[in-house]
Design a protein around this ligand. Structure first.
Ligand code: NA7
Length: 542
């Protein structure tokens, strides 16, 4: 039986740093800390590296940021040798890439797999963290780095009878490693977020019959993926330095950045032509590279929403179905925009049915399938594309305790409070990579910055024999207020979504919070750089 952290007296293994998670953040953090000559251990719940790309093996899973803009940028050799086969690589390729990174830099020898962290307690006497794993084993370190991802705690729907279903059932983020065959099968998908959309368009290709249970439609836009030919490959590689420079300069580290014009500063014809151009282009341009005011001015937002609604009506043959697929409770881009490949056309297929569960709510899952208010559906497979307990959820799942046994979960009960999204006051020597309140956007770009900032701080401490770093209350108050003020006026903060901390399936996550930093990535980095340049005066170092 696993011992609790209080009673287990078994000797613990000691390290300089413990990193939780071997995803993109954890791998890079390990690489950087090794350069400092530190003893590092990465604790990973899965059986392999990759994080998000390890867990999310669902059919159709792929990037919707351009693959090359999503690579690590720290190694020229790695950039040169890796060939992305498509503009938006599918999950298996991304997992191969991360596995290649782990091999190339010999990272695996410091990664402990099958090691889910259940508790992490700070001990002031030793200025060290003690970490407990699910199997009861423990280890300790001066520093604890959470590289646990903003979207890694999957949530099942709170629907009666979920456990009674007799067929195959799976959450998309816990997809089996073996292929699942849909041919001739009756398949249900619950959920139509970015994951649901990718799953639906893929499963519809082979399923005998697919029924989509939709609660809230999302505004989707075309991905326009294609293979990368040899000449394009050559151009991408030659252009890496400029591309990464551009990603450093854009608002959210994407290749795309808002157009400086306002929606109504151009003629209606110019506006229409610009929207058409964006709709025909690859990737997030229509969301991240649109007129500068579409996410702040409700009228501008209406204009792009009406444009995309027209596209949906053109693409879906049955007008009734088309109307169901058009969002009514939020405007374009105010939630995460799923990028799709023939998603809307799926609903023109004879083997696909859309069930609007606002009209006919799901009453329960039965042993045979799903019972709604007016029908009973039999299924062989139910796919739950029901999302994550986002941003703070992965922290909530670990018993993290700081000074005087204070629980992080309690501290954040009314929403996260952080210093630069990296530290939490009262939790000395703990750093978060991609925690709440940091710049997310094109995540690997943000990860590289975050990891390097943390590494530099640890280097600074070692050089001065400092063993304890904590955020100051005034620093936390100022940063948290700043993050909140940045959210004012953003239409996305007036909408329920994982980005505002809402999850109907999790107790206590029904109130919107400001969990994301919504300023520009360059401004975020400038602030963090300033802190480092002034000798971390804003932190309590000892
Ligand atoms: P999302 O975007 O949170 O989507 C979850 C979907 O599941 C969404 O359509 C939900 O409807 C639906 N859902 C959740 N619970 C239920 C219940 N109980 N009944 C019916 N439908 C439900 O998660 P994703 O995995 O798609 O994407 C998360 C991010 O990962 C994505 O944005 C990318 O950045 C990567 P709702 O909208 O809540 O009405």
């Amino acid at each position: 039986m696993a011992a609790s952290p209080e009673t287990n007296t078994a000797p613990v293994a000691d390290y300089d740093v413990l990193i939780i998670g071997a995803g993109i953040s954890g791998l890079y953090q390990l690489y950087r800390l090794r350069e400092l000559g530190m003893e590092v251990r990465v604790l990973e719940a899965g059986s392999g590296v990759g994080g998000t790309w390890y867990w999310n093996r669902y059919p159709g899973a792929r990037f919707d940021s351009e693959s090359y803009s999503y690579s690590y940028s720290f190694s020229k050799e790695l950039l040169e040798e890796w060939n992305w086969s498509e503009h938006f690589a599918a999950q298996p390729e991304t997992l191969r890439y991360l596995s290649h990174v782990a091999d190339k830099f010999d990272l695996r020898r410091d990664i402990q797999f099958h090691s889910r962290v259940t508790a992490a307690h700070y001990q002031e006497e030793t200025r060290r963290w003690q970490v407990t794993l699910q199997d009861g084993n423990r280890c300790g370190a001066r520093f604890l780095i959470t590289a646990i991802g903003p979207l890694s705690a999957p949530t099942m729907p709170r629907i009666e009878g979920v456990e009674t279903f007799q067929g195959e059932a799976c959450h998309t983020a816990r997809w089996p490693h073996e292929p699942v065959n849909f041919a001739g099968k009756r398949v249900a998908v619950i959920g139509t977020g970015a994951t649901g959309v990718q799953t639906i368009q893929e499963v519809a290709k082979t399923a005998g019959h697919l029924t989509v249970f939709q609660r809230t439609p999302n505004w989707c836009a075309p991905l326009h993926n294609s293979r990368i030919d040899a000449e394009t490959q050559r151009r991408i590689k030659a252009g890496y330095p400029e591309m990464f420079t551009r990603c450093r300069e854009t608002f959210a580290c994407f290749l795309h950045t808002p157009d400086p014009r306002g929606t109504f500063e151009v003629t209606p014809e110019e506006r229409e032509a610009f929207f058409e151009k964006l709709y025909a282009e690859r990737g997030f341009g229509i969301w991240q590279g649109n007129f500068r005011d579409i996410l702040t001015d409700p009228k501008a937002n209406d204009a792009i929403s009406e444009f995309v609604a027209r596209k949906i009506r053109q693409r879906v043959k049955d007008p009734k179905v088309a109307e169901k697929l058009i969002p009514r409770n939020h405007g374009f881009g105010t939630r995460r925009v799923p990028l799709e490949t023939k998603y809307y056309e799926v609903y023109n297929q004879p083997n696909v049915q859309l069930v609007d569960i606002n009209e006919t709510p799901i009453e329960r899952i039965t042993p045979a399938g799903i019972k709604t208010k007016d029908a009973e559906y039999a299924f062989d497979i139910i796919i739950y594309a029901t999302g994550f307990d986002a941003i703070t959820g992965s922290f909530d799942r670990i018993d993290i305790r700081g000074l005087d046994g204070q629980k992080l979960r309690d501290k954040w009960a009314n929403g996260p409070r952080t210093y630069l999204g990296v530290q939490v006051e009262g939790f000395p020597n703990m750093f978060m990579v991609m925690g709440p309140h940091t710049a997310l956007g094109n995540i690997p770009r943000s990860i590289e910055y975050n990891v390097e900032w943390v590494t530099n701080l640890i280097r600074y401490m070692r050089e001065r024999n400092l063993t304890r770093v904590d955020a100051k209350p005034e620093g936390v108050a100022a940063w948290t207020d700043h993050v909140k003020s940045l959210g004012v006026g953003l239409l996305s903060n007036e909408v329920n979504s994982w980005m505002t901390g809402i999850n109907t399936n999790v107790e206590g996550k029904q109130t919107r919070i400001i969990a994301r930093y919504s300023g520009s990535a360059p401004a975020y980095r400038a602030r963090c750089d300033e802190v480092a340049a002034t000798g971390y005066e804003e932190l309590a170092l000892a």
